[in-house]
Ligand binder design. Sequence first.
Ligand code: HEC
Ligand code: HEC
Ligand code: HEC
Ligand code: HEC
Ligand code: HEC
Ligand code: HEC
Ligand code: HEC
Ligand code: HEC
Length: 447
Amino acid sequence: MNHKHRFTIVFFLIILAALVLTACGGSSTAQKPAAADVSGVAPHAQGITEDARGCIECHATETHGVVSDWDSSRHAAEGVSCLDCHETEAGSPMELKNIKGHENVTVPVSMLVPPSKCAECHEDEVAQFHASGHERAALQVESKDAMQTLMLVHEGRNHPTASNASQETGCMQCHGIRIQVDENGLPTPDTYPVSGIGNIYPNGEVGNCTVCHTRHKFTIEESRKPEACASCHLGPDHPDIEIYENSKHGQIYASEGDTWKWDSDAGDWEPGDYRAPTCATCHMSGIGDLPVTHNVSERLYWNAWAKRSAPRDSDDPMSPLTGHAEEGRAEMKQVCLECHSSTTVEGFFSSADKAIVLYNEAYYDPAKQMLDDLKEKGLLKENPWADEFQILYYHLWHHEGRRARQGALMGGPDWAHWHGFFELQQRLYRMQDIYNYRLETGKIEEP
Ligand code: HEC
Ligand code: HEC
Ligand code: HEC
Ligand code: HEC
Ligand code: HEC
Ligand code: HEC
Ligand code: HEC
Ligand code: HEC
C-alpha cells in the first residue's frame, strides 16, 4: 500500500470518528432504547397512519416486548397496525379512558380485542371457531350450578375474599370467563388476565384467537405444534398431550420435529414438510383435498369427554354432540390415508371403537345403574364430594374413562390400558363393594 492510499484511509477514519462523536454527543437520550423505525420494520408502512405510528413509537419503550413481537410478525410485514386491532367505537364499554401516557391519543382504543376485530380480515376462521365446541368453553361452565358450587363452595370454601381463587387461577385460564371492565374500560383483576379459549367479551362476543397463535406474533408455525394445544389439553382428565407423546406420531415429532417445515401457507402444509401428524394436522390443518378448519369438532365421530359416549349429531356448538359422526370420521380417515393404507386405518378405528363400546356398556352403564339405585333408596350422601361412592363414579367417567377412550382413539397404549381400563376395573370393583354394603345394611358406611 503506498503513502497516498494510507493517507486517504486515515482521512476517512477521522471523518467517520467525527461523525460518530457528533451523533452520540448530540443525543441526550442515548440510554433510552431507540424509538421504532416504523418505515424499516413495516415495508407496507405507507398504509400505517400517523396515529398508528404514535402507538408504535411510544410503546417501543413502554411495552417493548409487544412492539418487538409485532415487529417480527406477518402483520407488520403486511402493514397491519396496532390500530387495526385496538381501535374501537367511541362509547364502547371497552374504550380506554384516563390512561397515563394516552393524553394525546385521540383515536378511541381498547385493550381488549374481541374476535370480531380479527374477523374484519379473517372472516372464515372466526365463523368456523364459533361453530366449534371451543365456543361453549366458558358459557357452559357459567351455566352449570354444580360447577359453580364446586369452584366457589368446595374448592373456594366460601372464603370471604378469596373463594374465587381456584376459578381465577384454574378453570378460567383454560375455559375462559365473562370479562368485566371498569369505568376506564380496563378489565377487572378478578376477570383478567385470562387465557381461556371461550372468553366472553363485555359486548357479548365469545372466543379467543390468541391461545394457539399468541400475541403479538400471531404465527401459523406456533399453532401447528402440539405445544399450542398442550397448555389446556393435559392432565388426569384429558391427557391429550401425554397420549400424543405416548403415540408413534409423538415419538417421531419428538425425535425430529425441529427439522420440519412449519411455515408453509395454509392449505400447502403437506406430508414431506413433516413426517408425522401433530394435533393440528389431524384436527384442523388442510391435507390433501381436505381444507383447513378452525372447527375442531368437525372431524370427530364420538363425544369422548361425556359420561357416556355417543355419535355426534348436531350443528349447535352448545350441544354436547356438536358435529356429525359419519362425515367427521370420513374426514379424519382422509387425514390418515395421506400416509397410511386403508388396512392400517380401518384396523385402527375398529379397535378404537371397540374400546368406546366396552367403556360405555361394561363400565359406565353398570356404574350409572348402581348410582340410580342408591339414589332411589336414599343411600347417597347429600354432598357428592364427601361420598366415596360418588367420588368413584366421578373418577370413573371423568378421569379413567376419558383416559381409556381418548388413549384408544389417538393411539396411546399406556393411557388406554394402565391409566385407563386397568384403573377402571379397580374403580368398578370398589363401587360394587360399597353398593352391596349399602343395600345389605340400608346404611351409608362410616369412614
Ligand atoms: C406517548 C406514549 C403512548 C402512546 C402514543 C400510546 N400509548 Fe398506549 N400506553 C402508554 C402507557 C404509558 C400505557 C400504560 C402502561 C402500563 O400501565 O404499564 C399504555 C397502555 C396501553 C394499553 C394497555 C392498557 C393498560 O393500561 O394496561 C394498550 C392496549 C395501549 N396502550 C394501546 C395503544 C395504542 C393502540 C396506541 C395508539 C393509538 C397507544 N397505545 C398510544 C403509552 C402510550
Ligand atoms: C392482530 C391484532 C393486534 C395487533 C396488530 C396489535 N395488537 Fe395489541 N393486543 C391484541 C390482542 C388480541 C391483545 C389481548 C387483548 C385481549 O385479551 O382481548 C392485545 C394486547 C395488547 C396489550 C396488553 C398486553 C399485555 O400483555 O399486558 C398492549 C399494551 C397492546 N396490545 C399494544 C399493542 C401495540 C402497541 C400494538 C402495535 C405495535 C399492538 N398492540 C398491535 C391484538 C393486537
Ligand atoms: C386489518 C386486517 C387484519 C386484522 C384486523 C387481523 N389480521 Fe391477521 N393477517 C392479516 C394479513 C394481511 C395477514 C397475512 C396474509 C394472510 O395470511 O392472510 C394476516 C395473517 C395472520 C396469520 C397468519 C400468520 C402467518 O404466520 O402466516 C394469523 C395467525 C393471523 N393473521 C391472526 C390474526 C388474529 C388472531 C387477529 C385478531 C386478533 C388478526 N389476525 C387480525 C390481516 C389482519
Ligand atoms: C386455552 C385452552 C385451549 C387450547 C389452547 C386448546 N383447547 Fe381445545 N378445548 C379447550 C376446552 C376448555 C375445551 C372444552 C370445551 C367445552 O366443551 O366446554 C376444548 C375442547 C376441544 C375439543 C373437543 C370439542 C368438542 O366438540 O367436544 C377438541 C377436539 C379440541 N379442543 C382440540 C384442540 C386442539 C387440536 C388444539 C390445538 C390446536 C386445542 N384444542 C387448543 C381448551 C383449549
Ligand atoms: C388445564 C385446562 C383446564 C382446566 C384448568 C379446567 N378444564 Fe375443563 N376442560 C378442559 C378441556 C381441554 C376439556 C375438553 C376435554 C375433551 O374434549 O375431552 C374440558 C372439559 C370440561 C367440561 C366438559 C365439556 C362440556 O361441554 O360440558 C366441563 C363441564 C369442564 N371442563 C368444566 C371445568 C371446570 C368447572 C373447571 C374448574 C373447576 C375446569 N373445567 C378446569 C380444560 C380445562
Ligand atoms: C385451537 C387452536 C387455534 C385457535 C383457537 C385459533 N387458531 Fe388460527 N390457526 C390454527 C392452526 C393450527 C392454523 C394452521 C392450519 C394449517 O396447518 O394450515 C391456523 C391458521 C390461522 C390463519 C392462517 C390461515 C390462512 O388461511 O392464511 C389465520 C389467519 C388464523 N389462524 C386466524 C385465527 C383467528 C382469527 C382465530 C380466532 C377465531 C384463530 N385463528 C384461532 C389454530 C388456531
Ligand atoms: C393421528 C391423528 C391425531 C392426532 C395427532 C391427535 N388427535 Fe386428537 N383425536 C384423533 C381422533 C381420531 C380422535 C377421535 C375422533 C372420533 O371421535 O372418532 C381424537 C379425539 C380427540 C379429542 C376428544 C374429543 C372429545 O370428543 O372429547 C380431543 C380433545 C383431542 N383429540 C385433542 C387432541 C390434541 C390436543 C392433540 C395433540 C396433543 C391431538 N388430539 C392429537 C386424532 C388425532
Ligand atoms: C403425515 C403422515 C401421517 C399421518 C397423517 C398419520 N400417520 Fe400414523 N404414522 C405415521 C408414521 C410415519 C408412523 C410410524 C410408522 C412406523 O412405526 O414405522 C405412523 C404410525 C402409526 C401407528 C402405529 C402403528 C404403525 O403402523 O406403525 C398407527 C396406529 C397410526 N400411525 C395411525 C394413524 C391414524 C389412525 C391416523 C389418522 C387419524 C394417522 N396415523 C395419521 C405417519 C402418519
